[in-house]
Design a protein around this ligand. Structure first.
Ligand code: HEC
Ligand code: HEC
Ligand code: HEC
Ligand code: HEC
Ligand code: HEC
Ligand code: HEC
Length: 174
């Protein structure tokens, strides 16, 4: 059975049936009060999302003690029918502010956003739940290889041969 034939699902681009809740709202709202023993997991979301062993979230935020709900809210919040699933996601710029810096582009997910003269955010920071430096050595291999230390790609000569032409800017346009 294709759940999205009735429950709208942006991940599949399917509109669902009128009057039926979207799949994300149905799943998170219906399960919020029915987690049973899974409700005792440190990360309750790992009851369904990968996972205690898979370590979907393994980034610098985890290393700083942050959990899913600090960025996403709890299951009731994720299940809020007013949210647009897969579109209304956490944004770096909600928590991070720094003079002269810009973060996600307006109405654009992190994964699709660019900064520093159209370089993708993830080229320097890694993918959303693996923002470097991560707690898993494999995610740090690229940074170690190209610049000799893990974390954000912050070494200009990784990309600019012969040294950069001016000061660093984090905005899309100087
Ligand atoms: C033929 C249409 C149809 C299909 C297919 C369908 N659903 Fe539903 N589902 C409904 C309707 C109608 C409701 C009740 C109204 C609502 O919740 O919007 C519902 C309710 C739910 C609820 C809330 C139940 C509760 O106790 O509150 C969940 C969770 C759910 N569906 C998950 C799924 C999943 C997972 C699949 C795929 C395996 C699926 N549905 C497939 C029509 C469907
Ligand atoms: C009972 C199983 C279940 C649990 C527990 C669960 N999820 Fe989900 N989650 C799902 C399913 C199924 C989907 C896929 C929905 C779809 O295909 O649209 C999903 C999709 C999502 C999405 C992407 C779609 C959207 O709404 O933007 C986010 C974000 C998400 N979950 C966050 C969480 C967080 C945070 C928690 C813990 C607070 C959590 N989930 C707990 C089943 C669960
Ligand atoms: C530091 C904040 C942060 C934490 C902590 C976090 N997420 Fe996310 N999550 C995000 C951001 C940001 C996005 C949207 C990425 C984008 O815009 O491309 C996202 C997207 C998602 C999605 C949608 C999938 C996708 O590819 O867009 C799911 C599902 C999800 N998170 C689940 C989780 C779960 C489960 C946890 C805990 C194990 C978690 N998140 C912890 C920030 C966070
Ligand atoms: C819910 C708030 C929140 C969101 C959303 C969030 N962060 Fe963070 N971030 C933090 C906190 C708290 C820390 C740890 C304390 C600190 O360094 O400020 C941190 C640390 C970091 C660090 C390490 C900073 C350093 O100097 O060590 C980086 C890099 C980072 N975040 C990038 C991102 C990116 C990229 C996103 C979006 C994909 C994001 N953050 C989303 C709250 C957030
Ligand atoms: C060319 C590499 C590069 C690109 C592209 C890039 N960044 Fe950064 N980013 C950096 C550097 C370098 C820092 C500063 C790290 C430090 O202070 O240690 C930084 C810092 C950050 C921080 C932490 C700010 C703070 O101090 O709290 C966030 C959040 C962030 N970037 C998000 C983004 C987002 C979102 C995008 C895409 C729109 C992006 N970055 C694109 C290199 C980049
Ligand atoms: C991940 C790759 C990457 C890293 C790391 C990087 N840059 Fe860049 N930078 C680019 C790209 C791509 C351009 C656009 C080049 C073009 O349009 O010809 C650019 C353009 C620039 C420009 C504008 C040059 C012009 O001709 O308009 C300046 C200045 C600059 N970078 C400085 C820096 C500094 C300083 C650092 C180190 C702190 C740095 N960059 C790190 C990829 C990078």
């Amino acid at each position: 059975m294709l759940c999205a034939s009735c429950h709208a699902d942006n991940a599949l681009g399917l509109p669902g049936e009128p009057g039926v809740s979207n799949l994300s709202a149905a799943m998170h709202t219906a399960h919020a009060p029915r987690m049973g023993p899974a409700g005792n997991l440190t990360e309750v979301c790992y009851a369904c999302h990968p996972g205690v062993r898979t370590q979907c979230q393994r980034d610098v935020h985890l290393a700083n003690g942050m959990t899913c709900t600090q960025c996403h809210g709890n299951m009731v919040a994720v299940g809020n029918p007013a949210r647009e699933p897969w579109v209304d996601e956490p944004r770096c710029g909600t928590c991070h502010a720094r003079p002269g810096f810009e973060f996600e582009q307006p109405n654009t997910l992190y994964r699709d956003s660019v900064g520093h003269k159209n370089v993708h955010c993830y080229a320097c920071h890694g993918s959303p739940h693996a923002i470097t430096p991560t707690v898993t050595p494999l995610d740090n291999i690229q940074a170690n290889y190209v610049q000799g230390h893990p974390g954000t790609i912050d070494t200009c000569t990784v990309c600019h041969s012969g040294g950069p032409p001016g000061g660093f800017f984090h905005k899309r346009d100087d």
